[in-house]
Design a protein around this ligand. Sequence first.
Ligand code: ZN
Length: 64
Amino acid sequence: MTKGTPSQGKKSGKKNFIRCRRCGKPAYHVRKKKCSACGFGKTPRMRKYSWQKKTKKTYTTKLR
Ligand SMILES: [Zn+2]
């Protein structure tokens, strides 16, 4: 087992993740039938956690 470019050939064939039709990310697991990014197939709500950063417009502005 080698890392790097030669091992990239093993990526061909079966794919586990396809593009999710709710969030559009290639994070929908085909066999598990759920999306790891938005929770599609797992929860009717969007998969979201409070510890998730990089969400827009949730930053606190200092009032002065
Ligand atoms: Zn999704």
